[in-house]
Design a protein around this ligand. Structure first.
Ligand code: PHE
Length: 315
């Protein structure tokens, strides 16, 4: 009910009843009580309405419904996955098929069929994890070349991404488990220029339109001639002498490539007189290090959410 006051209108009127003739006082008192009783519910309703309005205003002051909501943690594509997707997309666009292989391979597909006989010193370079005398965790994606050629007649145009394993000591540039992306084109009349054109296009798709590729003479038993492939350092654009990413050389190494060795074509059942092909094998982590300008390869497997979210928002 209303708080009784002494200075209000009702007490003032009540006091005036004292000056009335005694016979009129009870009637006046009743009339005053009746009008107070009639006013009380009206006052109550008004007070409640005012209190509700004040409450809403106080709430509005605290609650900004236009404030952006906390985004839901939806996750993001891992940078290595993103690289693999982009490389595959580039080659698919040019008519290549994406092929996957096995993470455990016999030595035959890993080495012998790739022109690396049992006692060839090139086997040592792969520092493999052996499971038994003949099975190993694949140290490169090149066995997929052999499996694809044995399954399908030429022409072959494939790109083959996958996890690889080597007994490497872990540091800022090496992991014992990493990813490669293999490419293989076999047909009549395929030459080195096709390889250079496709890899230049790949680097431009991944890093930007000014990108160039450089071939340095190298050796792989399964290609002849063989090359190490470099691309323009995406950080210094090949300019800076003091670039921390390329060590001032202006180039970043992506992996190996070359023309498929005739022995490999023959072992796969192909006519090496009629057919020729090129192949390459790039490190996905190397592409990611260069593209995202990351300083340490271990960051890709640290499961650091801040790092992954930051790269996940980049294209
Ligand atoms: N398989 C090679 C490696 O892992 C890379 C490569 C692939 C080289 C295809 C030439 C052709 O080092």
């Amino acid at each position: 009910g209303p708080v009784p006051g002494r200075s209000g209108e009702v007490p003032r009127v009540r006091r005036t009843t004292g000056s009335l003739p005694p016979a009129e006082r009870p009637g006046a008192g009743k009339a005053i009580n009746a009008s107070v009783a009639a006013m009380e519910p009206v006052l109550d309703r008004r007070r409640t309405a005012l209190e509700e309005r004040a409450g809403e205003e106080a709430l509005k002051a605290r609650l900004d419904v236009t404030f952006p909501a906390t985004p839901a943690a939806t996750g993001s594509i891992h940078p290595i996955r993103r690289i693999v997707q982009d490389v595959c997309e580039y080659f698919e666009h040019h008519g290549f098929a994406v092929v996957l292989g096995n993470e455990i391979e016999p030595d035959y597909y890993t080495f012998d069929a790739l022109n690396i006989p049992p006692d060839h010193p090139a086997r040592e370079g792969f520092d493999s994890f052996w499971i038994d005398d003949h099975l190993l965790l694949r140290p490169h994606t090149s066995p997929i070349q052999v499996r694809t050629m044995k399954l399908h007649p030429a022409p072959i145009a494939i790109v083959a991404p996958g996890r690889c394993f080597r007994r490497d000591a872990v540091d800022a540039r090496h992991l014992f488990q990493f990813h490669q992306i293999e490419g293989l084109l076999v047909d009549e009349g395929v030459h080195f220029g096709h390889l250079k054109g496709m890899l230049t296009g790949l680097c431009r798709a991944l890093f930007g339109p000014a990108q160039r590729v450089r071939f340095r003479p190298s050796f792989f038993p399964f290609t002849e001639p063989s090359a190490e492939v470099d691309t323009t350092c995406p950080r210094c654009k090949g300019e800076a002498a003091a670039c921390g990413m390329c060590g001032g050389s202006g180039w970043i190494e992506l992996g190996g490539a070359g023309m498929v060795h005739p022995n490999v074509l023959r072992e796969a059942g192909y006519d090496s007189e009629k057919l020729s092909g090129w192949a390459f094998g790039f490190g996905a982590e190397r592409l990611a290090l260069a593209r995202y300008e990351v300083d340490d390869i271990r960051r890709f497997i640290d499961s650091d959410r801040d790092f992954l979210e930051q790269l996940g928002t980049l294209s």
